[in-house]
Write a protein that binds this ligand. Structure first.
Ligand code: SF4
Length: 203
C-alpha cells in the first residue's frame, strides 16, 4: 500500500492499547543493529534475545529476529521477548532494532509504505517536515541494512557453523577413553529414553 500524501503518526508509547510494533512478526534485526549494540556496549545484554530464523521455503531468507514469548494476558499470542507486558513498554527502548525505530513506516525500494495498518498511532499526530525527513531516512537505512543482512547472513552462518564443527571435532580428539565411554553411555541413555517416549506417544 502506498503512503498517504501526509504521514500522520504519533507513537502512543505505554498508552498504546495494541503495541502492534511489539506483537508483529517477525521483529527483524540487522547486522547494523549488532554493530550499534556493540559500539554502545549493549551487545551481551541484547544478543541472548536474538535468534536466527531459518527459511521455511525457497523464497524465504535466513534472517535475524528477536525471540518471542507468550503474552500473559492472551496465551494465544506472542510478542517480542523485549516487550515488558506489565509496563506496556520496550525494555530496550533506547537501543531497539532499526525495524522498530522505523515502524510503521517502511521503505519498499521505490516508495514508502505503512508496514502495519493496525498500529494505533497512525493518524494520531502531525509529523513536522524535519521529523518526516528523519523518519524517511531511517526507513531507507532500515531497507538497506535489511537487504545487506539477507545477503551476508548465509555466508556468515556457514563460516561460524564450520568453525564450531571443527572446534568440536578437535575437542573430541582430545578426550580420554574414559570420557568417550561416559559420553557414549549418556548418548545411549538419552536415545533409549527418547525411544521410550516415542513408544508412549505412539510415534
Ligand atoms: S525491540 Fe522493543 S520496540 Fe522492538 S518489538 Fe521488541 S519490545 Fe517492541
Amino acid at each position: 500500500m502506498s503512503e498517504k500524501p501526509k504521514y500522520s503518526f504519533k507513537c502512543l508509547e505505554n498508552e498504546c492499547p495494541q503495541r502492534a510494533c511489539c506483537t508483529r512478526e517477525p521483529v527483524t534485526v540487522t547486522l547494523g543493529d549488532i554493530v550499534r549494540w556493540n559500539e554502545q556496549d549493549y551487545l551481551s545484554h541484547i544478543v541472548p534475545g536474538v535468534v536466527i530464523q531459518m527459511p521455511e521455503s525457497d523464497t524465504d531468507a535466513l534472517i535475524l529476529v528477536t525471540a518471542r514469548r507468550q503474552l500473559k494476558k492472551d496465551a494465544s499470542k506472542t510478542a517480542c521477548v523485549f516487550y515488558h507486558e506489565e509496563s506496556n513498554a520496550c525494555s530496550i527502548r533506547y537501543a531497539r532494532p532499526i525495524s522498530c525505530r522505523t515502524f510503521p513506516l517502511q521503505f519498499a525500494g521505490e516508495n514508502f509504505v505503512l508496514s502495519n495498518k493496525e498500529c494505533s498511532g497512525i493518524g494520531k499526530g502531525e509529523v513536522a517536515r524535519d521529523a518526516l525527513k528523519e523518519a524517511r531516512n531511517t526507513a531507507e537505512l532500515e531497507f538497506k541494512e535489511r537487504l545487506e543482512t539477507e545477503k551476508t547472513l548465509p555466508g556468515l552462518y556457514t563460516v561460524f557453523m564450520s568453525l564450531m564443527l571443527r572446534q568440536s571435532a578437535e575437542a573430541m580428539k582430545d578426550l580420554s577413553d574414559e570420557d568417550r565411554k561416559r559420553i557414549d553411555e549418556i548418548m545411549s541413555r538419552r536415545s533409549s529414553s527418547e525411544e521410550g517416549q516415542g513408544a508412549e506417544s505412539g510415534d
